[in-house]
Design a protein around this ligand. Structure first.
Ligand code: BES
Ligand code: MN
Ligand code: ZN
Length: 500
């Protein structure tokens, strides 16, 4: 990963390939937001900015020659847009602008980032954004064409706060967070011929080996069917590559015995064809990303262990490949979930909730005080909230806690209801519950289905179908493909719980 350090050096004197400074939109055009640059240089750039098409808009990154006044070769201008009413820039704006800049610096050896961070929170955002943007997925490229340039080698964040303890901690935390987000993106971007349930389980073991405090156990297909995990078994049986349930325990010595235990349950469908209720080809193109929830949970566990958070967390990765093989489940099959509840599988493409049911029931049995699940569960999530905003449902207090954590982490989540009125949608004629219902409120139907398996345990359900995979161009610190969404929110949620 890109090296990141703090420095209180003067931006004018920094020797670097690229010096990143901010631009903003004002009522009289573009403004350079950099107090430390020579005034003449600022005036010069501001004067020619319109001719260069520089507006100061968000997500605008432009490179200009640094000229003789600076020791840097290139000046990189990254847009912050308009100031908020109180004259500041929100942390997420800084995070995105920093990331948009480093994202444009692939192939460059060194950069110095000098953005307007006035306190430790803003500085942390700049540091995080710089690292989050420095990501490329080119594992499968053989050439050294433009697609295969390494992310910027090192970043020096220039700040007068460099010597503070909080600033140093922020750098450490940002490194851990970005490492976890990048690892999550890598898993999501991995091709599904390489990443299948067994190889995902191996990846979890390998990731846990690199950090202290994580214990991994894996149940394979035989153990799952013998153990009564009917959901994973049913969804996985249409594939030649059997399902797995990966359990990861983090039980720090610092969390007292009898203290609260939190479970994280992730949907890990390594490829979703829909099964016998086969998806049309176009809808299948992105379905290697249907394991983004499980990947985010794994990333979170690694981050939590590396941060040494004093809170006990168990992860359940529900891994299966949803294929229409000769042994595949049929629409109208009835399967028994772990713990004994029965599900009528009306649509084999509503497979996520079926594997998640095993994970949730298992987390309840293991005596967790709070359960958070995260899943690329429904296309209806995108109908309701669009491609960038995840939905969060569940016990109202936990739901709101997740929303608050997402706000500070800089991820877009929005609270959604689980109205009892919709319960009739998932009523089955033959079993305890049906796995699909009418189209309207599809995200909520799925949430209500999951609620069946958590009982009274305080719980939140995160539907990340849209935000987990960026099908369009890069923006801010987000590259195309896997985004790693959920990791920062879950870590923030657990940090908040640990601080209580
Ligand atoms: N993995 C999909 C949901 C999805 C769709 C995620 C698009 C990301 C992008 C899920 O398994 C699914 O197919 N859900 C169905 C449920 C329906 C059959 C009740 C859906 O949302 O259409
Ligand atoms: Mn599906
Ligand atoms: Zn799916």
């Amino acid at each position: 990963m890109t090296d990141l350090s703090l420095s209180s050096k003067n931006p004018i004197a920094v020797r670097t390939d690229a010096l990143v400074v901010a631009t903003a939109k004002t009522s009289d055009g573009v403004a350079i937001v950099a107090d430390h640059l020579p005034a003449e240089l600022v005036t010069e750039i501001e004067a020619i900015a319109p001719q260069l098409g520089i507006t100061g808009a968000r997500d605008e990154v432009r490179k200009v020659p640094a000229g003789p006044r600076l020791k840097a070769d290139v000046l990189v201008l990254t847009g912050l847009g308009e100031r908020a009413e109180d004259g500041t820039f929100a942390p997420e704006i800084l995070r995105r602008a920093a990331g948009a800049a480093t994202r444009e610096l692939s192939g460059v050896a060194s950069a110095a980032v000098s953005l307007p961070a006035t306190d430790d929170t803003e500085l942390a955002a700049v540091v995080e954004g710089s690292l989050l943007g420095a990501y490329r997925f080119d594992r499968y490229r053989s050439g050294d064409d433009d697609g295969a340039k390494a992310p910027v080698g090192s970043v020096e964040v220039l700040t007068t706060l460099a010597r503070g303890t909080k600033a140093k901690l922020a750098v450490e935390r940002a490194g851990i967070l970005a490492g976890a987000v990048h690892a999550t993106r890598d898993l999501v971007n991995a091709a599904p011929n390489e990443l299948y349930p067994a190889s995902f389980a191996d990846a979890a073991k390998a990731a846990a080996k690199d950090v202290k405090g994580l214990k991994v156990t894996v149940l394979d297909d035989k153990q799952l069917s013998a153990g009564g995990y009917g959901g994973l078994t049913a969804v996985g049986q249409g594939s030649s590559r059997g399902p797995r349930l990966v359990k990861i325990v983090y039980a720090p010595a610092k969390s007292a015995k009898g203290a609260e235990k939190i479970a994280l349950v992730g949907k890990g469908i390594t490829f979703d064809t829909g099964g016998i209720s086969l998806k049309p080809s176009a809808s299948m193109e992105t379905m290697k990303s249907d394991m983004a929830g499980a990947a985010a949970v794994l990333g979170t566990m690694v981050a939590v262990a590396r941060l040494g958070l004093p809170v006990a967390v168990t992860a359940y990765l529900c891994l299966a490949e949803n294929m229409p093989g000769g042994k595949a489940q049929r629409p109208s099959d009835v399967v028994t979930i772990y713990g004994g509840k029965t599900v009528e599988v009306l649509n084999t493409d509503a497979e996520g909730r079926v594997v998640m049911a095993d994970g949730l029931a298992s987390a309840v049995e293991d005596g967790h005080d709070t359960i958070i699940d995260i899943a690329t569960l429904t296309a209806a999530q995108m109908v309701a909230l669009g491609p960038y905003t995840a939905g969060v449902m569940g016990t109202e207090s936990v739901r709101d806690e997740v929303k608050a954590a997402a706000d500070t982490a800089g991820e877009l989540f929005w609270p959604m209801p689980l109205p009892d009125e919709l319960q009739a949608n998932i009523k089955s004629k033959v079993a305890d519950v049906a796995n699909s219902g009418p189209r309207w409120g599809g995200m909520l139907n799925a949430g209500l289905f999951l609620r069946t398996f958590v009982g009274d345990t305080p719980w939140a359900h995160l539907d990340i179908a849209g935000p987990s995979y960026n099908e369009k161009g890069a923006h801010g610190y987000t590259s195309p493909g896997g985004t790693g969404v959920g990791v920062r929110t879950l870590v923030a949620f657990l940090e908040n719980r640990a601080a209580k």
